[in-house]
Design a protein around this ligand. Structure first.
Ligand SMILES: C[S@@+](CC[C@H](N)C(=O)[O-])C[C@H]1O[C@@H](n2cnc3c(N)ncnc32)[C@H](O)[C@@H]1O
Length: 273
């Protein structure tokens, strides 16, 4: 039970000079903007080849709104959730770096949100925005047909909390897309920590293989799963980066509560060696 009233953000009309654009895209009267990723060639694959017509969509982490616009133009009614500026980021709390990095992230988020609202205004979007933690989304936000979580889980300390809340709110389909930074082969579902004592990673937490996402989607009732391996263009490095889109679909309403009455293995016995 997640109580509380949902609070949608009031649309803003920022100056272009105060905006940061994460996505490369074309804006009317402005031309091409965007510095980090150009998703235009492979956007449908990135979003799990989803049919958005008439669907209510929960989008986690819209950045500058390129995907929001794509989904809305494809017929979706989109609600996007992003971090509040005050929160800053789920930073890796390394002593000595914490305050400075948080301040920098807050300034970045402010400009990123401005970029979103600028896009929203220029493209005449209708989508709504909630600034808050995904795990805290109240039930009053209502159910969604589809949840899209693209390039977000890597940044979330509580990545599984975010994924589980999206699964609770989605009735048909969940899509998780992430870059494949380093392949992980494991005989069971794993997530690997990216920060180490010797690197300086501050804004990323997890390398999550698609197999682990698929496993979690199935656990949460999205039994029909598929992974689309493809590439996306990273403008900052001028490289095509391998990316996966893991798709989970509910097969029937019963599948959210599979019958495990005959099963004894609710408690997994881990071997202790
Ligand atoms: C790397 S961008 C991805 C943008 C877009 N989804 C895409 O795939 O192109 C990450 C987005 O997720 C948001 N974000 C980062 N950490 C988050 C968290 N813990 N919870 C919710 N959103 C988060 C960021 O503010 C940003 O909008």
């Amino acid at each position: 039970m997640h109580s509380g009233t949902v609070q949608y953000a009031t649309p803003r009309f920022p100056n272009l000079a105060d905006c940061y654009f994460y996505h490369r895209m074309e804006l009317p009267d402005i031309g091409e903007v965007g510095e980090e990723w150009d998703l235009r060639q492979n956007v449908s694959t990135y979003l799990g080849e989803t049919n958005f017509a008439g669907k209510r969509v929960l989008e986690i982490g819209p950045a500058s709104g390129f995907l929001t616009a794509y989904m809305e133009r494809a017929g979706a009614d989109v609600v996007s959730v992003d971090l509040p500026v005050d929160y800053g980021w789920d930073i890796v709390p390394r002593p000595g770096m914490r305050e400075e990095f948080l301040q920098q992230r807050r300034r970045h988020l402010e400009r990123l949100h401005n970029g979103f609202w600028y896009t929203h205004q220029k493209l005449g979007l209708k989508s709504k925005v909630i600034y808050g933690r995904v795990q805290d989304l109240p039930d009053s936000v209502g159910k969604f047909d589809i949840a899209i979580i693209a390039a977000v889980l890597i940044h979330c300390r509580d990545a599984m909390g975010v994924l589980c809340r999206c699964c609770e709110l989605a009735t048909e389909r969940v899509v998780v897309s992430e870059a494949v930074w380093r392949k992980i082969m494991a005989p069971f579902p794993v997530m690997a920590l990216i920060p180490t004592p010797t690197n300086t990673a501050c804004d990323v937490w997890w390398n999550i293989p698609p197999e682990s996402v698929v496993s979690m989607l199935q656990i949460m009732g999205f039994q029909k799963t598929r992974v689309l391996n493809h590439q996306q263009w990273q403008c900052s490095t001028q490289k095509a980066i391998p990316v996966y889109a893991a798709i989970g679909e509910r097969v029937s309403s019963d599948s959210a509560n599979p019958d495990r009455s005959g099963s004894q293995d609710f408690q997994v016995q881990l071997p202790i060696t």
